[in-house]
Design a protein around this ligand. Sequence first.
Ligand SMILES: Cc1ncc(COP(=O)(O)O)c(C=O)c1O
Length: 400
Amino acid sequence: MFPRIVGPNCLKYVEEVISGGLKVNMTERFEKAFAERLGVKHCITTPGCTSALATLVSALRFVPGDEVIVSPITDFGTVQGLCVEGYIPVFADTEAGTVNVNAETIEECITDRTRAVLVVHKTGLVCDMDPINELAQKHNLFVYEDACQAAFSEYKGRLVGTLADAAAFSFDPEKTMGSDIGGCVVTDSDELASRMRFLAHDRGAEWIPGFGRYHHEMGFSYRMPECTAAICLGQLEVIGEQAAHRDRIARILWPLLEEIPGITPLPIPENVTLFSCWMVGFHMDPRHFQCTAEAFSQQLADAGIPGAGTARYYLMPEALAFLQKRAESKSHQFAMPPASRSYHYSADSCPNAKAYLKNFIRWASIGEKYRPEHCEMIADIVRAVADRNRSSERIEQRGR
Ligand SMILES: Cc1ncc(COP(=O)(O)O)c(C=O)c1O
């Protein structure tokens, strides 16, 4: 994957920042270009997606103890801001056989304290957003997307980031539209955008002549560096073709993996019209193999698929030990009042997600350098590892 192919103008834009004596407002230029590309009104840049989501939840003005329904298979960055604000993450289960939530699994989690739904489009596969938005509308909930792994994927022809009330992106080097770091929030709401700018860029402060910053709120200093914005601007010029390339490669690789008995790649829903694949993932049916998913993925890595591994740490209800401790001791956001009930964080609260991740293998990613022949090579490696580890019982059954 590294070194990556970067947009041809990246260096030129970085040079502009330096030769302009650091007076060039590249972040504003990138914000404008990114918003225009997505067709949204506002883009507020940040140093990453974690800080973007933290700014967004802070701007929402919920109160500690309010609940936000969240996808359970994700990165810590999805929930960090929620936890800091004292909101309560409630993890909806995934749809069986997938890594994403849907309207039904979300609906089961709605209570009188639910204020928002935060969906993660895991691996680049977009959640089925129309029913989720319908449900949210019925319950007057704010919906936002963690679009970190799905930049420039499309749902029914609409770009990720435009599918709800707001969305956050990451421009981490390994992400689909990678820079050296970076992130942003996009939204059509003027009020939310100006509040996010106030919190993230102005530090929650008003500038009073003769005095300086007067802090009305607990703000942040989450500003995107100008050179980062320059790289982002250059990357934005090539992302369309790169995302389409990821989609083409994924749709070549998937059928090749599907041919291997016991291996089922993550289903690509029909309404995902462009799959900007950030992560390749498949499920191995344990009945077919005599090894664990860890051993299988280690053999894939040894055979030349770098980064192949299991992804159990993504199961947030299990990974957030500090949150379970708080819930158990009813401290922080779980203090009574205002929390109205008991909360419990463990893998068992999301049985579909737990079961799926037990035998899920993934690697990031099929970047801009992949060619169709690489798909053949990958499928050959997976097939060889699968055949080497076939359960003899299964082979005998097939031979009968
Ligand atoms: C789904 C998801 N959300 C949030 C993040 C955090 O993004 P960042 O590293 O830009 O803060 C990541 C990073 O891997 C991610 O995959």
